[in-house]
Design a protein around this ligand. Structure first.
Ligand code: PLP
Length: 418
C-alpha cells in the first residue's frame, strides 16, 4: 500500500478510512463499468499545491492574479484534449459529467426548449432528462428508447424527432452496450435543424484509444467524463465546434460554475497525455476484447444479455430472467466473493431502482490492472457459478470461500500502485 505518513500523523481517522479503501481496491475486483484506476502520475498531480489556487476565467483572461503556471496547465490540457479527439474547441473546467451536460444545456437552450434524450431504463443517464433532475424542470425532455433486439430504431427516432422538433438531439448512455449510428443520428437532427450532442462519458477512453468511432467527427457538441474509460481524475470535458465555443465557455464559467479545480485540470492534462501514447490504444482494444470474453462466458452460464450483447466495455445482464435473482441479490452475492458490480434497471423495468432486475458489469478497471482474456474468463466463470447456485444449496458457503480465495489470488498477481 502507499505511504501517507503525514496524513497518518495528523489525522488518524481519515487515514484509517483511506487505507481501508486502498486495501479494498487492491484486494477486490472493481467491475463497476464507470470506474477505473488512475496512474500514479495522475494521483500525484491531484495532491499538488494547485488545489490552493483560484483561476476564475480562462487562460489569459482571469479574474485573479498569479496565473503564470495555471494558464500553462490549462492550455496544455486544452491542447491535448483537442489533439486527442480532433476537436475544434475544448473546455476542461467542468467539475463532473453532470456539470458538463448542465453547461451545454445552459449554453444552447432557453427554458422550455425541447430536448430528445435516451430513457434512463434504456441506458440513458439521469442528466439526460430524468424527472428528478433540475434540467428536467427547466427544459422539456422527451425520451426515446431501444427496441426488443437492443438496437435503436432510427426510423422511429426520426418520426419522433420530426414530431417533437427538438432544439437539441442528444445521444449517449451510461448502461447501453451497442454502437450508435452517429451519421444517421446527426442526419436526423439536421432534418429538423436541431443541434446534435453526444455524451460519450462511458466510452471516451475507447474513442481516445481509437477502438470505437469518434463522435467528435459527427456531432456539434460532445461531452465526456474524464474518469471512466479515459482513466483520468474525476471530472468533465466539453468538446465542440468553434461556432459554439464562446457560448459553451460562458455557460461553464460564469454560467454554472465558479473557480475551476486546477489540480484536477492538471491531472486531466496528465491523463490526456497518457491517452495520446501508443500503449493506450492497446488498452482500449484489450478492454473491448475482455468485455466480449465476459459476455461469451456469462452466456454459457445462462446469462441473458441485454441489448443483444456488447460492442463496448460493459455487459448488462437480466439477472431475474437468467438466474432468478434480483439485481440487488446478484450484486450482494458477487460482493461476497470480492467482485464489485452495480445493480441496474433494465428497459422498462417493473422493479424499482434500489432492487432492479439486472446488473451491469464492466472491464475497464480490470483491464488497467493488466488482466487479459485468460483472467477475464476465470472471472466470468466465477461470476456465473456464484449466480447460478441456489441459496439453499448446502455447498453455497463453501463456494463463496473457494471463489473469494480465487479472486483474491488473482488480485495479488495484478497488484495496484506498486
Ligand atoms: N453522462 C453519462 C453518460 C454518465 O454515465 C455519467 C456518469 O455516470 C455522467 C454523465 C455524469 O458524470 P458525473 O458522475 O461525473 O457527474
Amino acid at each position: 500500500l502507499m505511504k501517507h505518513a503525514v496524513l497518518q500523523a495528523e489525522d488518524a481517522a481519515v487515514y484509517a478510512a483511506v487505507m481501508g479503501e486502498e486495501k479494498r481496491q487492491e484486494e477486490g475486483l472493481e467491475m463497476i463499468a464507470s470506474e477505473n484506476y488512475v496512474s500514479k502520475a495522475v494521483l500525484e498531480t491531484l495532491g499538488t499545491v494547485l488545489t490552493n489556487k483560484y483561476s476564475e476565467g480562462y487562460p489569459g483572461r482571469r479574474y485573479y492574479g498569479g496565473q503564470e503556471f495555471t494558464d500553462a496547465i490549462e492550455t496544455l490540457a486544452i491542447t491535448r484534449a483537442k489533439k486527442l479527439f480532433g476537436a475544434e474547441h475544448a473546455n476542461v473546467q467542468p467539475h463532473s459529467g453532470a456539470q458538463a451536460n448542465l453547461a451545454v444545456y445552459a449554453a444552447l437552450l432557453q427554458p422550455g426548449d425541447t430536448v430528445l434524450g435516451m430513457d434512463l431504463s434504456h441506458g440513458g443517464h439521469l442528466t439526460h432528462g430524468h424527472p428528478v433532475t433540475l434540467p428536467a424542470k427547466v427544459y422539456r425532455f422527451v425520451r426515446y428508447g431501444t427496441e426488443a433486439d437492443g438496437g435503436i430504431d432510427y426510423d422511429r427516432l426520426e418520426a419522433l424527432t420530426v414530431q417533437e422538433k427538438p432544439k437539441l438531439l442528444l445521444a449517449g448512455f451510461s448502461s447501453y452496450t451497442r454502437q450508435i449510428d452517429y451519421a444517421r443520428f446527426v442526419a436526423i437532427g439536421k432534418k429538423v435543424g436541431a443541434i446534435t450532442m453526444m455524451d460519450m462519458a462511458h466510452i471516451a477512453g475507447l474513442v481516445a484509444g481509437k477502438a470505437l468511432p469518434n463522435p467528435v467527427e459527427y456531432f456539434d457538441v460532445v461531452t465526456a467524463t474524464t474518469h471512466k474509460t479515459l482513466r483520468g481524475p474525476r471530472g468533465g470535458l466539453i468538446l465542440c465546434r468553434q461556432a459554439f465555443a464562446a457560448a459553451i465557455d460562458k455557460a461553464v464559467f460564469p454560467g454554472t460554475q465558479g473557480g475551476p479545480h486546477m489540480h484536477v485540470v492538471a491531472a486531466k492534462a496528465v491523463a490526456f497525455g497518457e491517452a495520446l501514447r501508443a500503449d493506450f490504444k492497446k488498452y482500449a482494444k484489450q478492454t473491448l476484447k475482455n468485455a466480449k470474453v465476459l459476455e461469451i462466458e456469462l452466456v454459457k452460464s445462462g446469462a441473458r444479455m441485454l441489448f443483444g450483447g456488447t460492442e463496448n466495455h460493459m455487459v448488462l445482464v437480466d439477472t431475474v430472467a437468467s438466474y432468478g435473482l434480483s439485481g440487488k441479490e446478484a450484486e450482494t452475492r458477487l460482493e461476497s466473493i470480492g467482485i464489485t458490480v452495480n445493480k441496474n434497471v433494465i428497459p422498462d423495468d417493473t422493479r424499482g431502482p434500489l432492487d432492479p432486475s439486472g446488473i451491469r458489469i464492466g472491464v475497464p478497471a480490470i483491464t488497467t490492472r493488466g488482466m487479459k482474456e485468460k483472467e477475464t474468463r476465470l472471472i466470468a466463470r466465477a461470476i456465473g457459478r456464484m449466480l447460478q447456485i441456489s441459496a439453499d444449496d448446502e455447498g453455497y458457503g463453501r463456494l463463496v470461500t473457494v471463489l473469494r480465495k480465487e479472486i483474491r489470488q488473482l488480485c495479488r498477481q495484478f497488484p495496484l500502485y506498486r
